[in-house]
Design a protein around this ligand. Structure first.
Ligand code: ADP
Length: 177
């Protein structure tokens, strides 16, 4: 049984994360999505909300489980019996960041191996940070998040919908005019 931990803060989970998890299912028998709660950043969404959204995204996939955790990722991997960690890579800055975490994790626990998947062209520009920026200014979220999350977030927007009606553009040529 190959079990991998996919750790992150998922504030919120995006189509980028979901794509990596789905592709990870071809490599691992089971993926535990670890919702890390010990970040120093103030999250936009509560742990419960983030957990519900992830759970709903994989409601029909019994091989994906969601668990919140605090403490070191390698310790949590051991706790849930995961021999592997799965991470996604979008860009060179991701590589630099992940490389250091990889070295640290190997130093802490050489028995846990991390696997990296490159993001697809469709989602490589998507990050939770940028999505939060779109949410802050009540923009369109189609293509960035799964529909059930978009629906919940739009319900929080003033008037229940995004500010601009320009999505999808009636005439793609009209951008910027
Ligand atoms: P962290 O809080 O550790 O930065 P995130 O929740 O932002 O975690 O992301 C968790 C994992 O998902 C990381 O490996 C990150 O690189 C990866 N990831 C985030 N967005 C994407 C994306 N659009 N495509 C592929 N991987 C992604």
């Amino acid at each position: 049984m190959k079990r991998a931990l996919f750790p992150g803060s998922f504030d919120p989970i995006t189509n980028g994360h979901i794509e990596i998890i789905r592709r990870g299912l071809a490599l691992f028998d089971e993926i535990i999505v670890g919702l890390g709660l010990n970040t120093t950043k103030q999250p936009m969404f509560s742990p419960d909300q983030r957990l519900r959204w992830i759970t709903e995204a994989f409601r029909e996939e019994p091989r994906v489980q969601v668990r919140p955790y605090t403490g070191l990722t390698v310790q949590f991997a051991r706790e849930v019996g995961a021999q592997f960690i799965l991470r996604g890579l979008r860009s060179a800055p991701d590589y630099e960041y992940e490389r250091n975490i990889d070295l640290l994790n190997k130093y802490l626990d050489p028995g846990i191996e991390t696997f990296y998947l490159f993001s697809s062209p469709e989602t490589s520009f998507v990050s939770s940070t940028l999505v939060r920026e779109v949410i802050r200014f009540h923009g369109h979220l189609e293509g960035l998040l799964p529909p059930h999350i978009i629906q919940d977030i739009y319900a929080l927007y003033p008037g229940g919908r995004p500010v601009s009606t320009a999505f999808p553009p009636a005439d793609p040529g009209s951008y910027g005019s």
